[in-house]
Write a protein that binds this ligand. Structure first.
Ligand code: COA
Length: 390
């Protein structure tokens, strides 16, 4: 029997951070960096923002086409009963340390969802879809409960008849949002629902590639989103605005950040060569919410910072920059910001788990070894310490 020669398939060039590497096919979205466009299943994000609800877009991502009225009704009827937090999950939420990070709690709870699901190791497409419905529906309730528990309040049950976005705001604040607030959060969820092979989605696909389960893939994705170079940039961007405090302080903040060689959070992107196509929609929403609230302070600081960072470093804003003031105007605590991103991205992650499982091959790149070779074993009593660790 002949042995296949796999060395012919080896690419010897190393691209740090996998920059520019195409790691697989997807029909879910196209992140077109050169033209600064984002496309969900054929629709430019500008077509969907403000026109389609998160319910419609999550259906689009999972099933491949926008739903008809009947399909949307059926989809909403599946999401609605899954929205309430299940009793063992609520009990666990109560036991976790309140001072822990929201994303750490969310990662733990999504992992626990898999422990309380009889089908958690099932990987057929219909079962994965059921797991996705349960998780997409329940995540906003879990995030709202984390916020309330951290604020010394009891979690609230979802209200039947409210949309995905309106229900989140109701469960967090205990009062129904205005139509403008619900619409703003709905559009935020739509804009952040999906984004190609970003770090967290790629994490979910790697876990799925081993034929592990849905909940392992999603909790690993949450762990990846938690990092400040990815999802936590929205929280860091808000902390930056709060630190600046007044728009007159923007220029000195920029000078100090440059002098300290620190990064401006919510600026820069690996793929987009110009402005992130989601940013202008988020900016318009933040502006509108600020106007309605009669408080344009955070918007004004953001706008001035956008200009100052451009002048100083020619960096474009990304999705997280105006997400910060938008979520702040919705009175969402800064500590919950990255978990809000996770609520939105749940649809995209789920679609990628389904797509990966439908045409799976283990994801296993190579590494170029840079360490020593041919060392000889030295018995412990004759070894000399070579590293600082004691
Ligand atoms: N602030 C200051 N400088 C930045 C910057 C930022 N936000 N983003 C990139 N740069 C600079 C880097 O310092 C680097 O400069 P150098 O070559 O002189 O060292 C150069 O631009 C390239 O940065 P690099 O980190 O290699 O780019 P990347 O493609 O790996 O990183 C991000 C992309 C998003 C991680 C990066 O832009 C960043 O850290 N942004 C802030 C965090 C953020 O907003 N994340 C959310 C992304 S949607």
């Amino acid at each position: 029997m002949s042995v296949p020669d796999r060395s012919a398939n080896t690419v010897s060039e190393v691209r740090k951070g996998l920059e520019g590497v195409i790691a697989g096919d997807t029909a879910i979205s196209d992140v077109d960096g050169a033209n600064c466009r984002l496309i969900y299943r054929g629709y430019d994000i500008g077509e969907l923002a403000g026109n389609a609800s998160y319910e419609e877009v999550s259906y689009l991502l999972l099933f491949g086409s926008l739903p008809t009225q009947a399909q949307l009704g059926n989809w909403a009827a599946q999401l609605e009963p899954s929205r309430a937090i299940e009793p063992p999950i609520l009990k666990l939420l109560d036991q976790l340390p309140k001072e822990a990070s929201s994303m750490g709690i969310l990662r733990t709870i999504i992992s626990a969802l898999g422990l309380y699901a009889p089908d958690s190791d099932e990987r057929t497409l219909p079962e994965l879809r059921q797991q996705a419905i349960r998780t997409i529906a329940q995540t906003p309730a879990i995030v709202a409960a984390i916020g309330r528990l951290q604020n010394g309040q009891r979690p609230l049950a979802p209200k039947p008849g409210l949309s995905h976005a309106a229900n989140f705001l109701y469960m967090l604040h205990g009062a129904e949002p205005t139509p403008e607030q619900a619409q703003a959060l709905d559009t935020y969820f739509v804009l952040l629902a999906e984004h190609g092979f970003n770090a967290s989605t790629f994490t979910a696909r790697i876990v799925t590639g081993t034929r592990s389960d849905y909940y392992s893939a999603i909790s690993a994705a949450i762990g990846s989103l938690k990092g400040p170079l990815h999802g936590a940039a929205n929280r860091k961007a808000m902390e930056m605005l709060l630190e600046i405090g007044e728009h007159e302080q923007v220029d000195s903040y920029v000078q100090k950040t440059l002098a300290d060689h620190r990064r401006f959070m919510g600026f820069g992107h690996r793929v987009y060569k110009g402005e992130d196509p989601r940013a202008k929609h988020l900016k318009a929403l933040a502006h509108r919410l600020g106007q309605t609230a009669g408080d344009l302070r955070w918007f004004a600081i953001s706008e001035r910072l956008q200009t100052a960072v451009w002048n100083a470093k020619q960096l474009y804003i990304n999705v997280d920059f105006y997400s910060a003031s938008l979520l702040h105007y919705l009175e969402i605590p800064t500590a919950l910001f990255t978990a809000m991103f996770a609520c939105a991205r749940m649809a995209g992650w789920s679609a990628h788990v389904l797509e990966q499982m439908a045409d799976n091959r283990l994801i296993r790149p190579l590494a170029r070894y840079t360490g020593p070779r041919d060392l000889r074993f030295v018995p412990i009593e004759r070894r000399v310490a070579q590293s600082a660790a004691s």
